[in-house]
Write a protein that binds this ligand. Structure first.
Ligand code: ME8
Length: 650
């Protein structure tokens, strides 16, 4: 067994369901962890949830549940999604775990006793969503420099950590460890934006809300959520502030890499190392800050509502296709763009056309020409050498990319093997060889070379697309190759491939899939709107004057014709009579009334509403309805059936 390798992800906030961006990070770290395991490292992979803080307290209160009940439910959702996309963590830590809370308290005490934490008063600008205090000069256009949202002026008695005390040591550490922050470009940001202007002491307690770990010698304060969250990396593996560490801590710390997003590099490369220095603990080897997955050119965020979720994607495309897509969508130094259409394109071009097609053609030809049994015919041609060179050099190239965490480049190198093998089929034309009995051995060699190439490529691909690669191994009836034998060619003696191959990735009809996707988005939107409407309805409207009410013109209208609006489940087109006048009204009541039932009925209608087009039909008014708690609808009708249509209502 090689050395230990301790890898972590950021712990996700339990403020809501994680989107594909957060999930990307878990998949990314998982691929690195699996690759390291494959290389033979003794890997420990930790992930988890960050469960304290004001934002979560507020969300729980809005949802009408206790903070603990709220985080329990979100944490289990996060775990479910990590499991769904195949995150092979060894430990899932929650910051509400008792051992973690206890250690955070002990760490706080220790730093207080040491004099690195002191009591003071804080006045500053607070960004609630980011849980961050900012000074006036740090604000950008008066807003939070991290997320751009409004900040509020806040003052509180608080505990502070003496950041500045460690600034020089940190700078020295950066200089002596040029690869501590990766990609290196992110290091300059930290030095220029934070270290050079001088570090301010950091406020490490809060007293304006309750949902946090209490400072045990002054319990009206809770520990600042970042001090609480960052220490998960040591508490999760058995750190003890009194020095009675568990064996796992002694073995695993310092971490080999913290995988995090670009927005929290400051916390991981300034605060975290300084906390560790203050605790006399060695620093992690590397902090890798990946870019963000962006949707429709903008930041994907729970609050903006433009969110893609991993479980939807998995339902449409399958786990491995989603893993492949997010890993390849992200260039190393930049953000990655993600859209439903590009996922479909990626699946069709790389997974179906290049990889799936290679495997299926090879199995089909092995069955057709050799009844499924492939053995080297030992008839070589120069074209074989180039194929072998590409296949056997892949492991070195992929490893080099992985050492730099260039995952999408590593995947490109693996697909180079598959692309080369496909080209080899075109070059060798097995179907032509099959026509000539004297070329049988050459044909066997060609198929043998293809199988070897698939085995090497698939083995290399297995950390990223584990299930698919297992499937390929089963279909070929082989074991995936050991890592240290990937640079060898020709290790298989004889294999018999399956007679009933499965399609690995079916080609997708983009238009059809997009139709389903849009229907899903539409129905989700409707649900969301309903939710908001419900909330709005519950809020009593403010008092108005009679003049304001008088602006609304209501009349009795008689429905003379009614039909469904094509392409809409919810809309009906009504023709109504208002005395002499006839009008068209589009109304969202199709789920509640059959068109024929409405014909002849008298209804109450707003007649001076500005006309609006709905599904291409101009609607010239609105039918007034009542709605109960369960969404049941009832239109209103005059109490006297002979009240003439066109009568005003006041
Ligand atoms: O930051 N694309 O939690 P979090 C890629 N609790 N990565 C993204 C992303 C996107 N669109 N959006 C977010 C927190 N992330 C803290 C971490 S660690 C001690 C505490 C990444 O749920 C983000 O950069 O907001 C972070 O690394 C991770 O998802 C969790 O984000």
């Amino acid at each position: 067994m090689k050395d230990k390798y301790y890898i972590t992800t950021a712990i996700a906030y339990t403020s809501g369901k994680p989107h594909i961006g957060n999930t990307y990070e878990a998949i990314l770290a998982d691929s690195i962890a699996r690759f390291k395991r494959y290389q033979g490292f003794d890997v420990f992979f930790q992930t988890g949830t960050d469960e304290h803080g004001q934002k979560i307290e507020e969300k729980a209160s809005k949802a009408g549940v206790s903070p603990k009940a709220f985080v329990d439910s979100v944490a289990s959702e996060i775990k479910r999604i990590w499991d769904l996309v195949g995150v092979s963590y060894d430990k899932f830590i929650r910051t509400t775990d008792e051992y973690h809370e206890k250690q955070v308290q002990k760490i706080f005490n220790k730093l207080y006793e040491k004099g690195d934490i002191y009591k003071g008063a804080y006045e500053g600008w607070y960004c609630t969503p980011c849980e961050s205090f900012w000074t006036e000069s740090q604000l950008v256009d008066g807003k939070c420099p991290d997320c751009g949202r409004p900040v509020v002026k806040s003052q509180e008695e608080a505990y502070f950590f003496k950041m500045s005390k460690y600034a020089d040591r940190l700078m020295e550490y950066y200089n002596n460890h040029p690869e501590f922050i990766l990609p290196v470009s992110r290091k300059n940001e930290m030095v220029n934006n934070f270290l050079k202007p001088g570090l301010q002491d950091l406020c490490v307690s809060r007293s304006t809300f309750k949902w946090g770990i209490p400072v045990d010698f002054d319990p009206k304060h809770v520990v600042y959520v970042w001090l609480d969250a960052l220490t998960n990396y040591i508490t999760g593996i058995g750190y003890d502030a009194d020095g009675k560490h568990q064996e796992s801590y002694n073995k695993l710390w310092p971490a080999d890499v913290h995988v995090i997003g670009k927005d929290i590099i400051r916390f991981h490369t300034i605060y975290w190392p300084i906390f560790l220095m203050a605790l006399d603990i060695p620093l992690p080897e590397k902090v890798y800050g990946h870019g963000w997955l962006l949707q429709d050119g903008g930041k994907m965020s729970k609050s903006k509502g433009n969110v893609m979720y991993a479980d939807d994607l998995v339902e449409f495309f399958g786990k491995d296709a989603v893993r492949y897509y997010v890993l390849t969508a992200m260039p190393q130094d930049n953000d990655g763009l993600i859209s439903w259409e590009s996922i479909i394109d990626g699946i069709n071009s790389d997974l179906a056309n290049v990889f799936g097609n290679l495997v299926s053609r090879t199995i089909a030809m092995s069955n057709k020409y050799f009844d499924g049994v492939v053995k080297n015919g030992n008839v070589f041609e120069p074209v074989d050498d180039d194929l072998k060179a590409v296949v056997t050099s892949a492991v070195k190239k992929v490893t080099a990319k992985m050492d730099e965490f260039k995952i999408s480049d590593a995947l490109f190198e693996i697909f180079t093997v598959f692309r080369r093998a496909n080209k080899y089929i075109d070059e060798t034309m097995p179907w032509a060889l099959a026509k000539d009995e004297s070329k049988k051995d050459r044909l066997a060699t060609v198929l043998y070379n293809l199988v070897e190439s698939i085995v090497v490529g698939t083995s290399l691909l297995s950390p990223y697309l584990p299930d698919t690669c297992d499937k390929v191994a089963k279909m070929l009836n082989v074991q995936l190759r050991e890592f240290n034998k990937l640079n060898e060619f020709g290790l298989i003696d004889e294999i018999s491939v399956t007679k009933t191959p499965e399609i690995l990735f079916a080609r997708l009809d983009s238009a059809k899939v997009m139709e389903q996707v849009n229907a899903m988005i539409e129905s989700r939107k409707e649900k969301e709107e309903k939710k908001t409407e419900k909330v709005e309805e519950k809020v009593e409207k403010p008092l108005i004057d009679i003049e304001e009410f008088d602006k609304v013109q209501l009349k009795v209208a008689k429905v003379v014709a009614c039909e469904k609006v094509e392409k809409s489940k919810k809309l009906l087109k009504l023709t109504v009579k208002l005395g002499e006048e006839e009008r068209t009204v589009v109304s969202g009541i199709a789920l509640h009334y059959a068109p024929e039932y409405l014909v002849g009925k008298k209804v109450v209608m707003v007649t001076n509403l500005r006309p609006a087009k709905l599904c291409g039909i101009m609607s010239e008014g609105m039918i007034v309805c009542a709605e109960d708690e369960n969404g049941n609808i009832s239109f209103l009708t005059p109490e006297k059936a002979d009240m003439p249509d066109g009568s005003p209502i006041f």
